[in-house]
Design a protein around this ligand. Structure first.
Ligand SMILES: Nc1ncnc2c1ncn2[C@@H]1O[C@H](COP(=O)(O)OP(=O)(O)OP(=O)(O)O)[C@@H](O)[C@H]1O
Ligand SMILES: [Mg+2]
Length: 263
């Protein structure tokens, strides 16, 4: 398959919860190697979109196509999606009763059938990549939020996913640990990982995204390059949203280094 082919496509996706139209006709494509950031107000449907992509929730109408296969609620799809899509949640969702190392090896050993020694080798390399090799033997409760989230990223990467989904990965973190998680995500992006990232970190979206989609009321109201969206939004609702977040075209999110200085 060509690198420019979409890996994940949403076509006229609708999803309703009771009277709430959570997704109201979403069309969006993510190409291989691309970082797409989804931004938009609370309740606009961003998490619902990721959950539908990941087969955690079922559409009412429309289509989601991942690696050429329509995502349905069949066992085969769920297996395919779980193997090929990594998901990182706001609240880490690590297994509390397993060590950091086991959290990272459990997917490869149980789902991929990898030998434990090989899985541990891969896990140690990934823990080193996220800067946590010395924490392999501890339990998640002994880690800061930022460290737990980095373990969650290593755990997802251990499955060698074709696509990583992130749902506000830093919004439950103390400000001083946000930067370390964003740095790991930037490294992944620079290495060519395909990523769909829901985030309120506008500086990250501006610097790292190839493409930004703005959500409002279950729809993509605007999309384009970071420059187009952040510097030249065409839709008034996008400009309102950005200015509500305090975005005036300059860096608003402290870097890891500057946060350390103030704390
Ligand atoms: N399981 C559910 N049952 C009922 N309503 C739901 C459910 N999940 C989401 N909704 C509703 O669907 C809409 C979209 O929710 P969603 O969580 O996707 O928004 P979001 O953009 O991720 O918001 P946030 O930025 O606060 O995380 C909201 O009105 C929400 O209340
Ligand atoms: Mg959400």
């Amino acid at each position: 398959m060509n690198k420019a082919d979409p890996i994940l496509t949403f076509e006229a996706v609708h999803k309703r919860y009771g009277s709430v139209m959570a997704l109201d006709g979403v069309n969006l494509s993510i190409r291989r190697g691309e970082v797409v950031c989804l931004i938009g107000p609370s309740g606009s449907g961003k998490s619902t979109l990721l959950r539908c992509a990941n087969a955690l929730d079922v559409l009412d109408s429309g289509r989601i196509v991942f690696e050429g296969n329509e995502v349905r609620s069949s066992e085969a799809t769920v297996r395919h999606v779980r193997r090929r899509m990594g998901m990182v949640f706001q609240n880490f969702e690590l297994f509390p009763h397993l060590t950091v190392l086991r959290n990272v090896t459990i997917g490869p050993t149980t789902v991929l059938g990898m030998r434990r020694a090989a899985a541990e080798g891969r896990a140690m390399a990934l823990l080193s990549k996220v800067g946590l090799s010395e924490k392999a033997a501890v339990y998640p409760s002994a880690l800061s939020g930022g460290q737990q989230q980095r373990v969650a990223i290593a755990r997802a990467l251990a499955m060698e996913p074709a696509l990583m989904l992130f749902d506000e990965p830093t919004s439950a973190l103390d400000p001083e640990t946000i930067g370390e998680v964003l740095s790991v995500m930037k490294v992944l992006a620079d290495e060519g990982m395909t990523m769909l990232v829901v985030t309120h970190e506008m500086d990250f979206a501006r610097r790292v995204a190839d493409h930004v989609a703005v959500f409002d009321k279950g729809r993509v109201i605007e999309e384009g390059s970071p420059k187009e969206v952040f510097e030249n939004a065409m839709v008034p609702r996008t400009r309102d949203f950005l200015s509500h977040l305090g975005w005036h075209g300059e860096t608003t999110i402290p870097t890891a280094a500057s946060t350390r200085e103030v704390s």
